[in-house]
Design a protein around this ligand. Structure first.
Ligand code: HEM
Length: 207
């Protein structure tokens, strides 16, 4: 079996990703603490959870701008472009691999190389999370930081209540993504090879 290394994760992507992962974990922990902890049995002090949540959210927004600017100005952005033609067939092929092929030792249907960093399902998920889910969580989070900009009432509901509900639901989806993301990161060539790539920048291709 021949083995080659391809450099796919430049320093700025690894730096952004590590900061993003740590901040998201902090936001989930402090968010859950604010949502569910009571004064009698706090997961952590409510005031501390609020401060940490606010600071992490502000930092996450700044790092998100690094991701957007990086993807607009470097080669990395090309990995997030998706052709519509043939997309459905590609997703089905990858789904079949994830649900059957990989358990019987079939080779992955989409080889990773310099021009293709993500398989179709990975790409679709990353686009949805980074370009849809994250912007909405930022918008609702910043609105809650400056509640005076939120409409007072929408139909029969308070604007702030609706915004915080929406924000919490989005946070739930980010948490769900994180669990699925980490699981799929373990189904590389070996369970740790994708994590190694995010540390040293190199993806190992095996033929
Ligand atoms: C403990 C938390 C996390 C771990 C261990 C982790 C692990 C990894 C690993 C191993 C990769 C490389 C494999 C691949 O390209 O798919 C990766 C890539 C990626 N992860 Fe994560 N991740 C974490 C959190 C997150 C979070 C919170 C987000 C977004 C909200 C995220 C978004 C991404 C994206 C967009 C990529 C592709 C980056 C690029 O190469 O352009 N990750 N992650």
């Amino acid at each position: 079996m021949s083995e080659n290394k391809v450099y796919l994760y430049p320093v700025w992507v690894r730096f952004w990703h590590a900061s993003n992962a740590i901040l998201c974990l902090l936001l989930i922990f402090t968010g859950v603490s604010m949502q569910y902890a009571s004064l009698e049995s706090p997961l952590m002090s409510f005031a501390l959870a609020v401060s940490m949540h606010n600071i992490s959210g502000i930092l996450l927004t700044i790092f998100y701008l690094v991701f957007i600017i990086g993807n607009l100005t470097t080669w990395n952005g090309k990995y997030y472009r998706q052709r519509i033609a043939g997309f459905g067939k590609e997703v089905i092929k990858q789904m079949r691999y994830y649900s059957y092929g990989m358990f019987v030792g079939e080779p992955a249907p989409f080889k990773i190389n310099k021009t293709r960093k993500f398989n179709p399902i990975q790409k679709m998920t990353y686009i949805a999370v980074m370009y849809v889910l994250m912007p909405f969580i930022f918008i609702t989070g910043w609105a809650l930081l400056f509640p005076e900009i939120i409409v007072t009432r929408l139909f029969h509901f308070g604007g702030i209540t609706l915004t915080s509900l929406f924000h919490a639901v989005l946070g739930f989806f980010v948490s769900l993504f994180l669990i699925i993301h980490i699981y799929f990161c373990t189904v590389g060539h070996t369970p740790t090879s994708n994590f190694k790539s995010m540390v040293d920048g190199y993806h190992e291709t095996h033929n």
